[in-house]
Write a protein that binds this ligand. Structure first.
Ligand code: C2E
Ligand code: MG
Ligand code: MG
Length: 271
């Protein structure tokens, strides 16, 4: 059977691939930032940096359309280095302009954890811009621990020893049980947004989230809910004791210029 759409997406993949290295040099990539909000007073306590590709022909391209491609063709390593440097440069610029700083999390994939230069790149970037290491956080998914748990753990332990905090992203979509997570150097779990989506209607999702929150808290881990899109979800999560939230309801990811005003304000009024 001839599948035209498959062909089209393969062609687009090739086109993106051909431009990738040049795009890195010409700063076609940029970072958008989404705040993480503490449930107590709705203060901004951190942000997540999310990559975008401003393609001259295709406009704004989201990571799901090019991260897998970058992974497949070993471009995720240079891309990851670009992200680390870009976040540090941004933090230094904000500091220079007296904009209140909060820790910024970057997403790191399995392949990036295997990169021998990862730690060095992070440490050098922090040093270059004279930034304390707590200002950079790492988000990894459970898939990082499937193939080679020991080496992934070692890398993360070194990062933690440098003063960076590590969060487990998309929690609940992988295989990791909480007893297993206890052995990893993570300080927070980010519950995947697929569990948050129907938290008000689907009783089993609500149960899963509530028990994850209480177990994680008993293990001394912070719990972050991602993908919060409504006031009802927000209030539900507050009642069950979730520590932090992230989602479109409070703030969509936006470019650095827009996030600056939000950082100046420092908190949200959820009602
Ligand atoms: P993630 O780390 O789980 O990031 C959360 C994703 O959920 C982001 O999508 C964000 O825009 C989206 N999101 C946030 N709040 C809501 C909400 O309320 N509702 C809905 N429906 N979505 C929400 P985005 O930016 O498209 O990123 C997708 C994934 O791409 C990320 O998932 C992360 O795994 C990956 N990614 C993004 N930036 C990077 C990067 O610099 N390096 C690597 N290796 N991966 C990245
Ligand atoms: Mg993430
Ligand atoms: Mg996530």
């Amino acid at each position: 059977f001839y599948d035209a759409s498959l062909n089209a997406s393969a062609a687009r993949g090739l086109e993106l691939l051909a431009r990738f290295r040049q795009a890195l040099k010409t700063d076609e990539f940029s970072l958008h930032y989404q705040p993480k909000i503490d449930m107590q007073h709705f203060d901004i306590v951190g942000m997540e940096a999310l990559i975008r590709w401003n393609h001259p022909d295709h406009g704004l391209i989201f990571p799901n359309d090019f991260i897998p491609l970058a992974e497949e063709h070993d471009l995720i390593i240079p891309l990851g280095h670009w992200v680390i440097k870009a976040v540090c440069r941004q933090l230094a610029e904000w500091r220079k302009r007296d904009i209140p700083l909060v820790p910024v999390a970057i997403n790191v994939s399995v392949k990036q954890l295997q990169d021998e230069l990862l730690l060095d790149t992070i440490v050098s970037a922090l040093k270059k811009y004279k930034l304390p290491s707590y200002l950079l956080e790492i988000e990894v998914t459970e898939s990082c621990f499937i193939d080679d748990i020991d080496s992934a753990k070692q890398v993360l332990e070194k990062l933690r020893a440098e003063g960076l905090r590590i969060a487990l992203d998309d929690y609940g979509t992988g295989y990791a049980g909480l007893s297993h997570i206890k052995t990893l150097p993570v300080y927070a779990l980010k519950i995947d947004r697929s569990f948050i989506r129907d938290i008000r209607n689907d009783n089993s999702d609500a149960m899963i989230v509530a028990s994850t929150v209480s177990l994680a808290r008993n293990l001394g881990l912070k719990v972050v809910a991602e993908g919060v899109e409504s006031k009802e979800q927000l209030m539900h999560l507050k009642v069950i004791g979730c520590d932090q939230v992230q989602g479109f309801y409070l703030q969509r990811p936006v470019a650095s210029e827009q996030i600056e005003q939000i950082l100046q304000k420092g908190r949200f009024d959820p009602l």
